[in-house]
Design a protein around this ligand. Structure first.
Ligand SMILES: [Zn+2]
Length: 275
């Protein structure tokens, strides 16, 4: 009886081990494409705890690039990106957490779920990982950092620093991923807006994936920063300057009048003296 139990136990452990090794060795695929090595999600089940292998920082950079270099044009075209497009906000597992992030002051970051505050953003990120990772929708959402190669995240990180050597294989891989994004997010057969956006996307992101050095990423420009603050500050400064000069003018005018009056008084006094 003990032997039978031992055999079953061994068989069960064997099954468990093969399952774990299989899930660990399988590459994360989407639409037939193997995702980048830098960021991926693996749902390794340790009881109920999900371990996430998706770079939050790179996901954030990818999101920033989408917002600056793509969203303005998509909004202008009044085009709705479908859920199947990997650039859709709901395909970013960190979107909800990032949405619950408040930058109250320079050294004050607040968690929107529990209102706890932190000195630095990285501590709030850690807090999200430790306390609110259960809120991440791991079943449906994907890792936005996985499309970083196509969106030139490294260009955004290294902007200003020396350009690294171009790798033709990596450039070709990124170009392919980029074109796949263009096809899935803006299918040309769905209308003129999608067709225009498809072409825009290729020029904006995909053309620069080449070692020939011909095109630069984001060649079609970016969202113009809202400079309301600068305008208000300039108006305030100009008004302040105007008041300053007005004050000086009035002050000098007042002084001039006073001296003229003093002169008159003294002249009148001199004229009176001889009598
Ligand atoms: Zn919290």
């Amino acid at each position: 009886m003990n032997k039978i139990f031992l055999r079953y136990h061994r068989f069960f452990v064997f099954l468990l081990l093969t399952r774990v090794s299989l899930t660990a060795s399988l590459p994360h695929t989407h639409n037939g494409h193997v995702d980048s090595d830098t960021a991926r999600i693996l749902n390794q089940e340790h009881g109920d705890v999900h371990r996430i292998h998706c770079s939050r920082e790179r996901s954030r950079i990818a999101w920033k690039i989408i917002q600056e270099y793509l969203t303005p044009v998509v909004e202008k075209e009044k085009y709705n990106i479908s859920r199947t497009c990997r650039l859709h906000p709901e395909n970013d597992i960190y979107r909800d957490q990032e949405h619950h992030k408040s930058h109250i002051d320079i050294y004050e970051w607040q968690c929107g779920y529990c209102k706890k505050t932190f000195y630095e953003e990285k501590h709030l990120d850690q807090h999200f990982d430790n306390r609110h990772s259960n809120l991440l929708n791991l079943n449906e959402s994907q890792c936005l950092a996985d499309v970083c190669g196509a969106l030139h995240c490294d260009h955004d990180i290294n902007s200003g620093s020396k350009k690294s050597k171009c790798n033709p294989a990596a450039a070709a891989r990124n170009k392919h991923l980029c074109e796949t994004l263009a096809d899935s997010c803006f299918p040309v057969n769905t209308g003129p807006a999608a067709s225009r956006l498809h072409e825009f996307f290729l020029h904006q992101f995909c053309d620069a994936h080449s070692c020939a050095g011909s095109g630069k990423p984001f060649s079609r420009g970016r969202r113009k920063k809202k400079n309301g603050f600068y305008i208000a500050a300039s108006v305030f400064l100009v008004t302040l300057l105007l008041f300053y000069y007005l004050y000086i003018y009035l002050y000098r005018r007042g002084l001039k009048r006073e001296t003229q009056m003093l002169k008159r008084i003294s002249q009148a006094g001199r004229k009176k003296k001889p009598s």
